[in-house]
Design a protein around this ligand. Sequence first.
Ligand SMILES: Cc1cc2nc3c(=O)[nH]c(=O)nc-3n(C[C@H](O)[C@H](O)[C@H](O)COP(=O)(O)OP(=O)(O)OC[C@H]3O[C@@H](n4cnc5c(N)ncnc54)[C@H](O)[C@@H]3O)c2cc1C
Ligand SMILES: NC(=O)c1ccc[n+]([C@@H]2O[C@H](COP(=O)([O-])OP(=O)(O)OC[C@H]3O[C@@H](n4cnc5c(N)ncnc54)[C@H](O)[C@@H]3O)[C@@H](O)[C@H]2O)c1
Length: 447
Amino acid sequence: MYDLIVVGAGPGGYTAAIRAAELGLKVGVVSDNIGGTCINNGCIPTTAYLEASRLSSKIGQAAELGITTRVEKFDLQVLKERKDQISMQLQMGIRSLFKRYRIDFIEEHGMVKDSQTVLAGEKKLKSKKMLLATGSRPKVVPFKGLDQVNYLTTEDIFSLTELPDKLTIIGGDVFAVDMAFVFAPLGVKVTVVDGAPDILGTEDPDAREVIKNELQNMGVEVHSGVKISEIKTDRVLNDQGKSFEFDKLLVVTGRQVDLAVAEFLDLKLDEKKRHIKVDRHYQTNLENVYAVGDLIGGYMLAGEAMAEGMKAAAAIADHPEPPVDRNLLPLFLHTEPEVAHFGYSEKKAAEEGYDVQTSLSSLAANGRNLTSGGQGFVKIISEKKYHQILGAVVVGPDAIETLHTIIAVVQCEGTVDELSDTLFAHPTYSEAINDAARVFLGKSTNK
Ligand SMILES: Cc1cc2nc3c(=O)[nH]c(=O)nc-3n(C[C@H](O)[C@H](O)[C@H](O)COP(=O)(O)OP(=O)(O)OC[C@H]3O[C@@H](n4cnc5c(N)ncnc54)[C@H](O)[C@@H]3O)c2cc1C
Ligand SMILES: NC(=O)c1ccc[n+]([C@@H]2O[C@H](COP(=O)([O-])OP(=O)(O)OC[C@H]3O[C@@H](n4cnc5c(N)ncnc54)[C@H](O)[C@@H]3O)[C@@H](O)[C@H]2O)c1
């Protein structure tokens, strides 16, 4: 009898298992794909491929630095093998942590029989408590004709060994745009076809404009507000008779979770009936069943799943902690320049009744940015009276890394004043944070 069985070893599940074992519980993990979406088809493959995409773009700009060179040949097979190697290394890391913490790992698809029993291959596993962390998979809109086409999703795009000449991506949100930034710099003619009125609907409007310009500069065609009527073997057709040709079609129209176990166990779902409903300790309506990660919704990011996994484990081991504060969760685009943000947008802050003041520092005069030829800005959304930071948007080279500085200050209950007082190295992109804080306080900026 285990204290805890975890079903699913993605970022939510493996993190929870390790933390629970660290807190003294006897833990078993059942998973058919160690590392989950993040390591196998998500975060890691995306960032591994972007290394090549970004280097390829940089080589294109080398002449500005006095270097004469060009990309002669690109071999996707080599990039895929490198990615596979990295994913395997990370999987081995999880396996060795499981060993170190004496966690039984059963590499099988688990069948939940009741709230204390999981069948995994030949084994019948019993446990006092159960954590469901079975993640999500691509949601594919069933366009007419799609079933006749050999289309790709993010589950298989990273298995290609040859680049297509023409890639059409259906979808225009975070992951669709990330994929455009992976493939366009590698010489693929990318077309984005989206049903929404504009791409990146959840992003800051200024950031969105920067990214749309960059897509255009890369030669990516973006078609928004498209009503797709049919998919043929080599083209997407819209209701106006326009067609978008492709060699390969990538469908990125959202993520969905498998609710079969939830229905079988009679677990309560959220309002939209898309995810499992949990309380602030990640407990479902069944006392001994917990759930984390994509399965419970939220922003459906690995960082969120990991934080939830650790907190669920703490609650299961009788050391409850406050829940993950989604307002402090970094959200980001793997674009070039990168986009990263957290907390309230200006609009949301105003809707929440704050007396909002937004301060902006462009990277146009930032010394580090001039040396790298980047572009972007830091935008801090604050309230006027106490200088409380409500949110921030960073666009620029390494923006995802840069954003953490602001989040850390907010985590420590710091305000714009602390950002203004913090000493920053020069020349760095992060100095723009300091500048934006000084702009807020009406102080001069000299970098
Ligand atoms: C293209 C792409 C790029 C992404 N990039 C990022 C990024 O850069 N940063 C970021 O934070 N997030 C990113 N994400 C999101 C991130 O991958 C997910 O939010 C994260 O993996 C969710 O973790 P999870 O543990 O909830 O589930 P998952 O990672 O989906 O893991 C669930 C695991 O459970 C297994 N499983 C399911 N059912 C069973 C069963 N019955 N028995 C046994 N095992 C089962 C699955 O096979 C899987 O291995 C990306 C996603 C995609 C698709
Ligand atoms: N910046 C961030 O890090 C951030 C912010 C918010 C959400 N997220 C998470 O990132 C994930 C993004 O995933 P995604 O981009 O696959 O999904 P998504 O659900 O965010 O977007 C789906 C896209 O498909 C398009 N689409 C849907 N139906 C269509 C149709 N019939 N015709 C044409 N287009 C159609 C939509 O317009 C949209 O652009 C989500 O899980 C989300 O929770 C991340």
